[in-house]
Design a protein around this ligand. Sequence first.
Ligand SMILES: C[S@@+](CC[C@H](N)C(=O)[O-])C[C@H]1O[C@@H](n2cnc3c(N)ncnc32)[C@H](O)[C@@H]1O
Length: 233
Amino acid sequence: MSLLSRINSRVREEGYAKTLQYGVLVGADSFTAYLRDTYLDLKYSDRLLRGNNVSSFKHLGANDVFHTDYSVMPLLFRNLPVSPDDVLVDVGCGKGRVINYWLSQKYKNQIIGLEIDPDIAANTARQLANHANVKVIPGDAIETLPSEGTIFYFYNPFNEEKVVKFEQKVRELTRGNQVNIIYYNPKSLHVFENSKWSIQRFDFERDFGVKRWGRLNKYHELAILTKKHPCIK
Ligand SMILES: C[S@@+](CC[C@H](N)C(=O)[O-])C[C@H]1O[C@@H](n2cnc3c(N)ncnc32)[C@H](O)[C@@H]1O
């Protein structure tokens, strides 16, 4: 639907005043987001990270390279406190915005980005080379998954066949460690619906009181998965 027809249908449904009010709010939100994206990108990556890339690794189940919006990140991570011993892993880190967000929170933790596209991984590693606590590992996350990881961020990096492999691998590799997965817009959540994980689901509107508009209109669901101790059934 074109912008004009969207505006027309909104005017028909809600009238001119409400449509204008909505337009002003969305405009202000987009402008604030633009400033925040620019600031965080330049501060940590020294370049603007805007834009998506079509993946050259679709034959390996990869999804395209797109970002979690910075505006959503405080909501994603607010329900899981990070302790100094946690090792944070972004599974499919792309251009590194989630790592930038973690750095902006002043975490001194070990941070690991896994990225299948070697060119993107190399750029992201170069951008973050000044941060001794950050490492970007190129390759397939199923092969490079670090056993020391305790908090894994997961934003649909790959298709479901691969999610099944990831679920197994992360359990086997991390054995007795405490492990949490922050799963944003959890498209393949049922893969984790077994006796090995406890699952907390959050809806931004219902649980965080966040209304759907502007950039937050996109995805509103989050799951936090906690690996059960092997002795707990
Ligand atoms: C949706 S993007 C998410 C980027 C970043 N995590 C974020 O939220 O801003 C998914 C990323 O996962 C990468 N990816 C896909 N399959 C992968 C795999 N098997 N191993 C590592 N990275 C992978 C893609 O190249 C892409 O950069």
